[in-house]
Design a protein around this ligand. Sequence first.
Ligand SMILES: Cc1cc2nc3c(=O)[nH]c(=O)nc-3n(C[C@H](O)[C@H](O)[C@H](O)COP(=O)(O)OP(=O)(O)OC[C@H]3O[C@@H](n4cnc5c(N)ncnc54)[C@H](O)[C@@H]3O)c2cc1C
Length: 478
Amino acid sequence: MSDFNKKNVVIIGGGPTGLGTALMLAKRGWKEITVVEKRPTADYYEPDKSFNYQIDGRGQKSTDLLNITDKLADLSVASTDFYLTLIKPDGTRKTTKLPIIDPERKTAYWLPRYSFVQLFYQEIKQYWQDTIKVLFNTDCLEIKVFKEQLKVIAQDQDHQQFTFTPTLLIGSDGFNSIVRKTLHETESQSYPFAMQKFPSPSSSLKYKVLTLPPQFPLSQEENDISQSTMAYAIRSSFKGKKQAISLGLLPFKDPNKPRTANIIAYPDHHIWQLKTPKQVEQFLIQAFPQLPIKKIISHEEIARFTFSNGGTFPIPQFCSGLYKIWGEPDKNEGTAVILLGDAVHCFPPDIGQGVNSALEDVYIFQEILTETQDNLSQALPIYQQRRQEDIEALIRLVQISYPWQYNQDPLQKKLWNVNFLLRLLLSRFFPFIFSPHSFVLIQNHELSYSEILAKSNKTTRILLTIGIILIFLFIFIP
Ligand SMILES: Cc1cc2nc3c(=O)[nH]c(=O)nc-3n(C[C@H](O)[C@H](O)[C@H](O)COP(=O)(O)OP(=O)(O)OC[C@H]3O[C@@H](n4cnc5c(N)ncnc54)[C@H](O)[C@@H]3O)c2cc1C
């Protein structure tokens, strides 16, 4: 595509994928890039969406490309400094260095979602103000399909409407993508833009987030306060699937920011049935006798928590169609549409790949734009062909890698531990035959998701064969 035509991009969704793509395109010389984002600001804090991201080597391919990995490191807790303190109901504590990491892997960085999205936005404000316009508080209402191109209709908080006729439309609007839904509605025969769902043991778990003060007290003792850079797993005194609960806190670099404690449990858990703030407070006090709950959680926060709907982990899902082209966008007479990030692959956070796979989408799109000299009619089909297999493998990896980590079933978690250790040991002694567990392999950003799945499946097949031979010998050889 000539530089003259590299313009007029509309990006729906200003999350990590949307802002990352805007910066990537701007760096490539694209102009007139508009990001439509319904949230009010980049760092908008939504208590129930305040998860911490771990940006690993895969995600860093994009941050390296954008030259922001150093800034990312400054805002984050490095995986090499990741310590987890387990606090039992009797108050005893055990601190360990994150056990399941591959020492060979690239350092990963932990930071809250709002800091990460803000990092991208700062970059736009500082260097690309003339090229990228981010419209906050603006909702994409509709995408109208004409014979040769698309029209995007958006509306801001003052009900002012905007209409765009983009050359390139990026659907980076997450799980309930309006862009993907529009593409789906344009297909009458096959359904490449329908989400295919593959349930896992963690899908449908319900979660809510409790916001705790910075450096909150860990006990009644003076000066016994939490450290912001420390992860905590705080176990309840209750036992049983419907009563036992855990507070999970991930590390924060900034000691003055509130901490967030995730509560994750099956929808029929007792905590989700509690109707009043008083009931929730009583439950937490009894569940966590080791914590000074009344000092840590304000009445307002308990009330917010009680009445919040929280969220539900999505069923792992993807769609096979990643693009569609109307008219001739390379002559500025048409619209090319590409879907990236959660808009095409979405799953529970078990393997920490949501944001990393989304950033890898951006990186691969960029590589293909380079190969095709930004010719969209060539680049988009290549993108789909190259990325499809990995996306499918990623969804399978989510199903098998670590879905039992939420203490939802202690027996299944133990079996997972046995499987994990067996693969770890065998791969140490016989590295040419066995691979480590897929949860470890995922940390190697140089392997694609399909390569990881192939290695994992090969080890599974060998283990099954050995198991069958052993059973056979046990039964038939006296
Ligand atoms: C509970 C939970 C925990 C998670 N934890 C992790 C984790 O630890 N590690 C990890 O890697 N991933 C995690 N994820 C997944 C991760 O958040 C996503 O993979 C990531 O946010 C994908 O980025 P995205 O930009 O594609 O989509 P999103 O982050 O969903 O961004 C989409 C954006 O589009 C905007 N938007 C949507 N529709 C419209 C519209 N019509 N008009 C205008 N704007 C619109 C939204 O406001 C949003 O800002 C978690 C997800 C959940 C639910």
